[in-house]
Design a protein around this ligand. Structure first.
Ligand SMILES: [Zn+2]
Length: 337
């Protein structure tokens, strides 16, 4: 968790919602998956426990106006009239969004949008970052060397080493990252201590399930084709494909696709070429993972969005406070112009 998020949560815990409500603005927020049971929080970091998720959903229902994405232009134009407006989204396209999350949200009649990484829906292949994390945590002790990463000693508790390897991996161009993960798969997958790589939580939806969700009113957006960062170390063609391919696949399989969310989506994961590729591909709006609230002066292809933590006990205070992030969002948007 970043220091900004830590400060934000501490402030939210200390300040009453009634004091902050007049200060708030429309907010985009997102989760990934929801599981009936979290067995290993180290590896299932992208998934909420169903009970905690239910509490979050009920808090949203009681305190905010959870609104479909089609209302984004109105919220951007007149944020002061939408202080309680929340756009709820889910990223990646995990199968448990259909089997677990959808039921919770349907029971409360909350609209939401699902951003899918279409290559993973096409192939069922796991997210490379999740795969690398599971391999690094589950592999036998030893000294390893991976292309583009370098030497790596996996001994005892390996949280720090795994974090360093994963952050280096995230900076790599897609092809180099794929190459490094392929080597990890061969080097780290020892028969006797093979990690629980194919944890059910990490399975993706198939297109039938995506269509069913769309039929239930869920808005389907694009989360790139491959779930990998779109920083400026990526080739121009790669960024174009990341923007164009998912829109084409969603339109072929489901229907119209007007919204995009960047994989990882933080300042180091989205470059100036990325948002231009997304604009050129014809999306109306695109969402990052920088925290802030929505307003009309923002670049519509670099909108702020807040990632829900596994537990959120102070959302009624926290969401108005997201506005404190707007100056950082504005600075970052100017840098990417
Ligand atoms: Zn994602």
């Amino acid at each position: 968790m970043s220091w900004r998020t830590t400060v934000l949560r501490k402030a939210a815990a200390a300040l009453p919602p009634a004091l902050l409500r007049p200060f708030g603005g429309p907010a985009a927020i997102f989760f990934h998956g929801v599981e009936r049971r979290i067995v290993d929080p180290r590896l299932q970091i992208n998934h909420h426990d169903i009970e905690r998720f239910g509490e979050i959903a009920e808090t949203l229902k009681r305190n905010f106006d959870v609104t479909p994405l089609s209302e984004v232009p109105f919220a951007l134009r007149r944020p002061a009239r939408h202080r309680r407006t929340v756009f709820l989204m889910s990223d990646d396209g995990y199968a448990n969004t259909a089997t677990v999350a959808a039921g919770v949200l349907r029971n409360l009649d909350l609209p939401w949008a699902l951003f899918v990484s279409t290559w993973h829906i096409d192939t069922g292949e796991l997210n490379r970052m999740t795969l690398a994390r599971a391999l690094l945590h589950g592999a036998a002790e030893g000294d390893y060397t991976f292309p583009h990463i370098g030497p790596c000693a996996l001994n005892g508790s390996r949280h720090h080493v795994a974090d360093v390897v994963l952050s280096r991996l995230r900076l790599l161009p897609a092809e180099a990252a794929e190459n490094a993960v392929a080597t990890m798969m061969t080097a780290l997958k020892r028969p006797k201590c093979a990690p629980p790589l194919y944890n059910a939580s990490e399975q993706f939806l198939n297109w039938n399930q995506v269509r069913t969700l769309a039929g239930q009113g869920v808005t389907i957006g694009a989360h790139a084709h491959w779930h990998w960062p779109m920083h400026d170390r990526q080739e121009a063609k790669y960024l174009r494909d990341q923007a164009e391919l998912p829109r084409r696949r969603i339109e072929q399989e489901v229907g119209s696709c007007r919204y995009f969310a960047y994989p990882f989506g933080n300042a180091g994961d989205v470059g100036s070429q990325a948002w231009k590729a997304v604009r050129e591909a014809g999306y109306d709006y695109a969402f990052t993972t920088l925290a802030g609230t929505l307003h009309a002066k923002q670049n519509p292809w670099l909108l702020p969005r807040y990632g829900l933590a596994p537990q959120e006990s102070d959302l009624p205070s926290l969401l108005p406070l997201l506005r404190l992030g707007n100056s950082r969002v504005a600075r970052w948007q100017r840098q990417l112009n």
